[in-house]
Design a binder for this molecule. Structure first.
Ligand code: FE
Ligand code: FE
Ligand code: ZN
Length: 292
């Protein structure tokens, strides 16, 4: 069975139950969420009672909670230690995020490795490794490094950089990778030959490290280093390539997570998931989303 879902919201009132209900409304069987607004540090107290209720509903619906993903806030930058206070803040805030995942019973936390902001890739990687070894000292949470588009000074836009970070992390049980199809394309991996990309990943890192894949089309061409997501089948990857990736058996049953843009303030995920299950492109998808 295909494990597919999308990014969903997480609000202070309904928390995990609200996220779950949103995912169910898209006919998804998994989901990903931020525990609060990704661009600020305001976080509400997690209610164990709500979490417990959500877990019961998931059991009823046959949703495997071990595959539900949290995405770390993007204000965190572990690669930049130009200012001690900012670097310390990133370490502290991600440590708290790991604790929130523990309280929620979440196993996988997706992280953008960071941007070296002129310090150079080598220094950036050292900073990331140092931070991760502090953050992961005593936890069962697994941090998944996301494959990045290579915008600006982003670290992690090729498999060798991710491999270096993984090599430096003391406990290999706490580290993995989340692929992102838009980012792979934009960073210069030809995902229309996805088996070759997987071969390369397997050679450099090892396929067993991939625990999640973000499924996005791209507004930009191959190797553009841009990172702008497009709805499935409407971008430079195209529908057939994305279907081939989603159904590639070498990915096993890892969650496939859509992070495609909303269409005129409406979420497209129910329609995109339907299209993916049918394996048939619907050119009128965006109109259907708007008129839902
Ligand atoms: Fe991301
Ligand atoms: Fe992503
Ligand atoms: Zn992106």
């Amino acid at each position: 069975m295909l494990t597919i879902g999308s990014h969903v919201s997480f609000n202070s009132k309904e928390q995990l139950l609200g996220s779950l209900n949103e995912a169910l409304s898209y006919d998804a069987n998994t989901f990903m969420f931020y525990t609060g607004a990704p661009q600020n540090t305001i976080r509400s107290k997690i209610s164990d009672e709500i979490t417990f209720k959500a877990l019961e509903v998931m059991k009823e619906k046959g949703i495997d909670y071990s595959k539900v993903i949290v995405h770390a806030p993007y204000i965190i930058n572990l690669a930049n230690n130009k200012e001690d206070d900012k670097y310390d803040f990133s370490i502290r805030f991600l440590t708290e995020e790991v604790k929130r995942c523990e309280q929620l019973g979440i196993k996988y936390l997706v992280l953008h490795p960071g941007s070296h902001v002129g310090l150079g890739v080598e220094v950036g990687i050292d900073n990331i490794i140092n931070a991760l070894n502090i953050i992961l000292k005593d936890t069962s949470v697994v941090i998944l490094l996301e494959t990045m588009a290579g915008k600006g000074s982003e670290v992690g836009s090729n498999f060798y950089e991710l491999k270096k970070i993984i090599d430096g992390v003391n406990n290999k049980n706490n580290i993995g990778v989340c692929m992102d199809t838009c980012h792979l394309n934009d960073s210069g991996y030809d995902v229309s030959k996805f088996d070759e990309v997987l071969d390369e990943f397997d050679k450099v890192i090892g396929l067993s490290y991939v625990k999640c894949i973000h499924i996005n089309d791209s507004k930009n061409p191959f190797d553009s280093h841009k990172d702008r997501h497009e709805n499935i089948g409407f971008g430079n990857l195209g529908f057939d390539t994305i279907i081939d990736i989603i159904y590639n058996p070498r990915l096993g049953d890892i969650p496939r997570i859509l992070e495609t843009p909303w269409v005129e303030k409406m979420p497209p995920y129910k329609y995109e998931i339907e299209m993916i299950r049918k394996k048939e492109f619907d050119p009128s998808l965006k109109e259907k989303v708007i008129n839902q």
